[in-house]
Design a protein around this ligand. Structure first.
Ligand SMILES: [Fe+2]
Length: 453
């Protein structure tokens, strides 16, 4: 383990040497001594020690408190004060610099050791907390969903996603007179009031509920809301997440309409969904049709029953339906995706599942869609399922999806050669892809290759 480096700041040479010796005896390294506040700042910058042991009263112009304030704010180095002066006024002044401990002169070695170790631990924890706060903040700021914190006196926080959804700027929202109630659709206010009252009476409520809002420019959006009570000690404070589900809602309504008209036949429902998707994203629709055909061929090669084959074909035709809720800019972005964008894309099986689960299919289409990015060794998403928990239909779709994606050109690469595709499936057979499915697919690919030769 690395020896802890401590910078000693003390203007009396003999005392300073004594402290240095005692620290070294305790197992610390003292790479330098500073005799004034000015020198302490310079040395802290050059040496970047793990901790500064600082005398409060120093001879020259800059006091220990001033030097400590510069060192801790500029270089994020913890300070422990070492002083004979412990009157309340001095302590008050020293407190402002948020020191990690005080040691009063004369002191015992044991006391120095405990104070330094505590200070280092507190500093490390503080840094970890700051890091996690930073990560959390960036997640919230970049979230596609609208996130807010509200109290009875108004908005306390709203993320950029809230502005994007409602059109209201954070400064406008945080003004006293702005009320969340005002943006709720008049017809949905009653429902929300009833929900709140039922919740107050202790009735069990669903985790999320839907309602409509009116944006600043008068448009109507449907949102799915999740609210959590985050008030402490009786304080009323609520954090809410609003997800824009307008597109999903429209797709569902279209589907339901077509269901009624088509006497709930699964095949027709899929066709309706496919054409709805085609209108929005022709590329995806083409991809899905090709995946469906290949999955169908693999299933047939494996000798599956006619009904299962039909289920696979249907799931294939709409397996990426969840992408309708992901911004097109991200789907077609030619450059590398950020962590948040990857997370958003990885949500599409779950969104697809939610869209499709309300439709009465005679096959487990929603489950197949949910699992089409799962991999045999658990490295897939969204659930990281292992082989025996994945439906055979989803395993077939997974292989068909990979093969189709590799054989189609992308904005950042050309279509891959059939030999490379065969290599990929062969190498990951039994690892990522189901062996039987991979073998059936390889048989089809080999046939195709010999035909083209
Ligand atoms: Fe997908």
């Amino acid at each position: 383990m690395k020896t802890i480096q401590i910078l000693v700041v003390e203007d009396e040479r003999i005392v300073a040497e004594d402290i240095k010796m005692r620290l070294e005896k305790l197992g610390y390294a003292v790479p330098g001594i500073a005799f004034s506040g000015e020198e302490a700042v310079k040395k802290a910058e050059n040496m970047q020690p793990d901790l500064v042991l600082m005398d409060i009263v120093l001879e020259k112009k800059m006091s220990g408190i001033e030097a400590a304030s510069i060192i801790s704010s500029r270089f994020n180095i913890p300070i422990v004060y070492l002083t004979a002066y412990a009157d309340n006024k001095t302590l008050e002044r020293a407190k402002i610099t948020e020191p990690f401990g005080y040691i009063l002169k004369p002191f015992e070695d044991r006391e120095v050791y405990t104070t330094i170790e505590m200070a280092l631990y507190k500093h490390k924890m503080g840094n970890m907390l700051k890091e996690s706060e930073k990560r959390y903040r960036s997640l919230v700021e970049n979230a596609h969903d609208a996130i807010y914190i509200i109290t009875p006196s108004g908005f306390q926080y709203a993320n950029p996603g809230f502005e994007k959804l409602t059109g209201w700027k954070t400064e406008e929202l945080c003004k006293k007179e702005f009320n969340l109630w005002d943006i709720i659709h008049p017809d949905d206010k009653k429902l929300i009031k009833e929900n709140k009252e039922a919740w107050k009476k202790g009735k069990e409520m669903p985790n999320s509920y839907e309602f409509r809002i009116i944006t600043k420019d008068g448009r109507e959006r449907t949102v799915e809301a999740n609210t959590i009570d985050i008030g402490e000690d009786g304080e009323v404070k609520e954090m809410g997440i609003l997800r824009d589900i307008t597109v999903r809602k429209i797709a569902q309504e279209e589907l339901l309409k077509s269901l009624e008209g088509l006497q709930k036949t699964s095949a027709d429902t899929t066709d309706a969904l496919v054409s709805a998707l085609e209108m929005r994203d022709p590329y995806s629709a083409g991809h899905q049709k090709r995946v469906a055909n290949l999955a169908w061929a693999i299933a047939e090669e494996m000798g599956l029953s006619g009904e299962r084959i039909e289920g696979i074909r249907m799931a294939g035709l709409i397996h990426d339906v969840g992408k309708i809720q992901i911004p097109t800019e991200i789907l077609i972005k030619p450059s590398l995706l950020s962590e948040i964008e990857i997370l958003m894309i990885k949500m599409h099986p779950k969104i697809g599942f939610e869209i499709v689960q309300t439709i009465e299919f005679s096959y487990p289409v929603a489950q197949i869609i949910l699992q089409h990015h799962e991999r045999m060794n658990g490295s897939g998403y969204p659930a990281g399922l292992l082989a025996d928990k994945i439906l055979l239909e989803a395993k077939i779709l997974a292989v068909a999806d990979v093969v189709e994606a590799m054989s189609s050109p992308r904005s950042y690469r050309q279509a891959l050669d059939i030999n490379m595709i065969i290599k990929e499936i062969n190498e990951n057979k039994g690892i990522l892809y189901d062996t039987k499915v991979a073998d059936a697919c390889l048989k089809l690919l080999s046939k195709k290759r010999s035909k083209s030769e």
